[in-house]
Write a protein that binds this ligand. Structure first.
Ligand SMILES: [Zn+2]
Length: 380
């Protein structure tokens, strides 16, 4: 009997998907949750085993067995790099369902209901991923989701063309298809064509850029203080990292309740502030020992690396470098050994530290000018 070509397509899509997901992980393009992957590994293994028991000799069983192995390989691969969050209630339910299914299978030898139990658990296990993508869709920006969906579709075709077609054969394939496709759609229209998430069209040519370092400079993650921006690629000292944008506000228009880490206003002149842009620059945190600083030149404000930044490092700048006299202050929990505990305006920095920023051209111009005025006054 010749092998169904859709069977080969299904296996290829699934395995290439796992491979691309690992590539994305190495380049910090995806931020999966370890608990989810651990549970998916266990669940896909039980799923593949019960599927094979319900549908002996059905070809899709091989696709699932291979995905279960690949899933375990990804889990091992991501263990060091991914975020750990404790298993959620849904994930605990999923684990319990897997254990119950195994028990049911062993004790009652009823593979069908054991299989159905795990099928129900699959959407529950996707819950944390859906939540994570809703918050920030760049966390799962991998063409793998598209490939897995296409692989599921191919598996569905294989199932319709062979076997005796019953619920036990379709349920798992359909649930997997819906779950993978939902993440694919949530990740964004750019990845509806899985190839598009690898690059963009330039004239007649297709440029594969998303997995070249330059295209993905940042990743958003969480620290003990909330959202933070991480370097997805290395930056050399002096490199421009990102341009700060945002509407300008007069000082008296800045909400007076803005205090501490919720404050996303950057003072750009003695009378003006730049408001939040709604983009990634809003999420860049303060550090008392920053690896970046703000450079003001010709009306634009750019974050510049003050030392080499390795991929995966959090990007941070010192908020005091853009503040003139003001009673603004923030309790700092940056956890650097240099931490000043309370962050205030530029004059609260030590003379040496002020000089350090000035010599690198990393202070707001009005602070430079004021400095020049003081120097002139002193000379007079
Ligand atoms: Zn600090």
């Amino acid at each position: 009997m010749p092998i169904d070509p859709w069977f080969l397509i299904a296996i290829a899509c699934s395995l290439v998907g796992y491979g691309l997901y690992l590539v994305g992980l190495r380049r910090h393009l995806v931020q999966p949750n370890r608990a989810s992957w651990l549970i998916w590994s266990a669940a896909t293994a039980v799923e593949a085993a019960t599927y094979a028991a319900v549908n002996p000799s059905a070809l899709p069983g091989w696709v699932f067995a291979l995905s279960a192995c690949a899933c375990a390989a990804v889990t091992i691969g991501i263990w060091r790099r991914s975020i750990w969050s404790a298993p959620s209630r849904g994930e605990l339910f999923c684990m319990a369902a897997c254990l119950a299914a195994l028990t049911l299978w062993i004790v009652s030898r009823n593979a069908f209901w054991a299989h159905m139990l795990v099928v129900v658990a699959v959407p529950v296990s996707f819950w944390p991923t859906w939540q994570s993508v809703l918050q920030d869709r760049t966390r799962e920006r991998s063409p793998a989701w598209g490939l897995w969906s296409i692989g599921d579709l191919a598996t569905l075709l294989v199932a319709t063309r062979s076997g005796d077609q019953h619920v036990g054969e379709y349920a798992y394939i359909l649930v997997e298809l819906l779950c993978h496709a939902s993440v694919w759609f949530m990740v964004g229209l750019a990845t509806i064509n899985p190839l598009r998430s690898l690059g963009f069209r330039h004239g007649r040519f297709y440029v594969l850029d998303a997995y070249s370092p330059a295209a993905n400079l940042f990743a958003v993650g969480e620290t003990h203080l909330g959202k933070a921006v991480y370097a997805a690629q290395g930056f050399a000292e002096g490199d421009a990292i990102i341009r700060f944008t945002g509407r300008r506000f007069r000082a008296d228009q800045v909400p007076s309740l803005m205090r501490g880490s919720s404050d996303r206003f950057v003072q750009v002149t003695p009378q003006h502030f730049m408001g939040p842009s709604g983009k990634i620059d809003d999420l860049i945190n303060h550090s008392c020992d920053p690896n970046a600083g703000l450079r003001f030149a010709g009306g634009s404000v750019t974050l510049v690396a003050v030392r080499d930044i390795a991929p995966g490092e959090e990007i941070a700048w010192d908020y005091s470098t853009t503040l003139a006299e003001s009673n603004w202050h923030m309790i700092c929990q940056c956890r650097s050994p240099e931490c000043r505990r309370v962050i205030g305006n530029f004059s609260t920095l030590s003379q040496a530290r002020q000089e350090w920023f000035r010599s690198r051209n990393l202070v707001a111009p009005y602070l430079r000018r004021r400095d020049a005025v003081t120097a002139r006054d002193r000379a007079a």
